[in-house]
Design a protein around this ligand. Sequence first.
Ligand SMILES: [Zn+2]
Length: 298
Amino acid sequence: MSVTVLYITGWCRSGSTVLGNVLAEVPGVVHVGELRFLWLNGVLGKGSNGQCGCGLALTDCALWAKVLESVRPAGRTLAEHAADVVSWQDHCRTRHTWNVLQRPPAGGWADTLALTYQAIADQTGAEVIVDSSKFASDAALLTHLPGVRPAYVHLIRDPRAVAWSWLQPKRYTGRRGAANSTWHWTGFNLAAEAVGRARRDASLTLRYEDLTRSPRAAVAAVLELVGRGGAANPVSEQGTVELGGNHTVTGNPNRFQRGVTAITEDLRWPARLGSRDRAVTTAMALPLLRRYGYARRP
Ligand SMILES: [Zn+2]
């Protein structure tokens, strides 16, 4: 049986956790967060955050304990398998996206990822899995996976807002300078574009600003993309959503929010991003700024 995987591409701090958790309020849809980090963060305890969205350690969460166990090859411990997975992932990084679109990399990551999606579908009964890992290389890999029907949302946010977000200290992850953030913003978005071009029929481009200003319409378009256009829209006319629980692997701390939540644009950056960081970011991102419809001087 095949499962639809909606893979969110783009760079971090673009609203993918919010989008995933809103979609997860639709029956038959599950948001698994940044699944790629399940082994590094959860099993090896080396990543930024080993806590599931349900509040438990990933390895104590009933869903992830079962999934990890069911994809572990016979004869390998969970830790040995996790170390294997992390080394395989090293051959499937963002810069490999263009090659992966042509053919999957050697090693077991493709098999593990396919088995993992299948195990999630079996454990949750979901027909649509939302993966907000944002590695275009993995998004490209999905085109080769048996039993997976891929769909893609390329989520884009103004790089100056992203740079400001990365400059703020956060408990769960490190800090980046504006140039570092914008370098990654450019690379991750170019790789996301390559996947979108390869699978135009199954792809959607969405800006964070449009998601937060018109969340109901944006979510309706994504549901249409994954064949759930008939489902009730979880976003109210007022732009709020009632968030239940989730089992997300890492992501923005807003994944722990519950109850009625307003989907709003974070507008702190225009007044707070320093002029030097703003100039560096704008200059580095200029070609893509225009393409994505952002003003040079917002
Ligand atoms: Zn959990």
